[in-house]
Design a protein around this ligand. Structure first.
Ligand SMILES: Nc1ncnc2c1ncn2[C@@H]1O[C@H](COP(=O)(O)OP(=O)(O)O)[C@@H](O)[C@H]1O
Ligand SMILES: [Mg+2]
Length: 242
């Protein structure tokens, strides 16, 4: 497979850069070491974070695609670079929760940790300016952000991804507490896009409840760089070195 040529920087977000390529239907995504929390209020550079996120995201998007959910990932271009289909990102973030934590625990005035008897799907409007407020499917449709069939596909895909990830992380003795997904449009289809990373997930070590995710940075629980190295070692333990 020929290496695409990296073109102009189209967009720089908090964690990644998106570049054009010589094919207008494809983008080159580069994962940075930058960490932000609380919508950019807290910032740091975490050595190796971009590589850990990119390698894990590539693996989990491949697993997801193999499980029947179409994704924007074409292939990895290196340890912190991916080639992806260029999509129009739908500005509705989908969160799936298996245990009570984070903003839902706060909203309900409850301790974190309760195991939910069935997964909970939540929607948030992707807007840095508004701090990603929670919405529901009716709001997304009324505002013209997504159509009914797109929201139905997003929900079904998100729940399928959840089942696949519960099995994957469970096999590593890690509890998948919750995670966030973004979807995009390419032609007439909805694809899972962006990333599946420990930045956008809550991962608790089974038994101890130790955080193996970005909460280590948000809550000053330790050295995120070391925790992410530990995580990537677990994820690729069975993979022979390239
Ligand atoms: N395949 C894709 N095509 C187009 N845009 C994408 C694709 N994958 C991700 N993006 C967008 O790239 C941007 C950069 O990522 P990131 O740094 O995570 O941004 P953010 O600060 O919004 O979280 C995000 O807005 C994301 O929605
Ligand atoms: Mg992001």
């Amino acid at each position: 497979m020929s290496q695409p040529a990296r073109g102009e920087l189209l967009y720089e977000g908090k964690a990644k850069q998106v570049y054009a390529t010589d094919d207008p239907s494809l983008v080159w995504i580069h994962y940075k070491d930058d960490a932000t929390a609380f919508n950019g209020l807290k910032k740091a550079s975490i050595a190796g974070k971009g590589e850990v996120n990119c390698r894990i995201s590539t693996k989990l998007l491949e697993l997801t695609a193999a499980g029947g959910v179409p994704t924007a990932l074409v292939r990895a271009l290196g340890p912190r670079d991916q080639l992806c289909l260029k999509v129009d990102i739908i500005p509705v973030e989908v969160v799936v929760r298996n245990r009570l934590a984070g903003s839902l625990a706060r909203r309900l005035g409850q301790e974190e940790g309760l195991v939910l008897p069935r997964p909970v799907v939540e929607h948030f409007y992707k807007s840095d300016a508004l701090n990603d407020p929670q919405i529901n499917e009716d709001v997304a449709m009324a505002m013209g952000w997504a159509r009914s069939w797109e929201l139905a596909a997003m929900r079904e895909y998100a729940l399928t991804v959840n089942a696949l990830l519960l099995e994957f992380w469970g096999g590593l003795n890690i509890d998948l507490v919750d995670f966030k997904l973004e979807f995009g449009r390419a032609g007439h289809t909805v694809l899972l896009a962006d990333e599946i990373t420990p930045d956008g997930s809550r991962l608790w070590e089974r038994g101890t409840g130790r955080h193996l995710d970005k909460d280590v940075f948000r809550r000053d629980l330790g050295d995120l760089s070391l925790v992410y190295q530990e995580l990537v070692t677990k994820v690729f333990a069975d993979t022979p070195a390239a």
